[in-house]
Ligand binder design. Sequence first.
Ligand SMILES: [Zn+2]
Length: 119
Amino acid sequence: MDPVWDEFRRRRRAFWLAILLGLLWSVPGSLTCSFLVRYGLDYDLAFLLVVVLPAMGNITVAHLSWMFCPCPHCGQSFHCSWFYGNPYARHCVHCGLPKWAPGTGEKKGSRKWDSPEWH
Ligand SMILES: [Zn+2]
């Protein structure tokens, strides 16, 4: 398998792990908020600072990393262009390379994914 696709899998797993950790962080984060409220901090502000912002930041970074994973053929982002983005795209939005296809060292017109059975 192409190492770029291994990196793609790693970034995708990191995104789903970030969502899971965000959900799991809500329990100890809420307990931390309760602790901070005892010292006079507003609960909503504490919840925002301790639970929401770290979880959303982690999810956002993981999602952007997944979305901007480079295509192994053209090197541009596989899932998004400047006006379009689809995290579940089955083909590169720039060159049309199918997901999981090897993508180096081939010239345009000789690519096997140009044939109809790949579409
Ligand atoms: Zn491409």
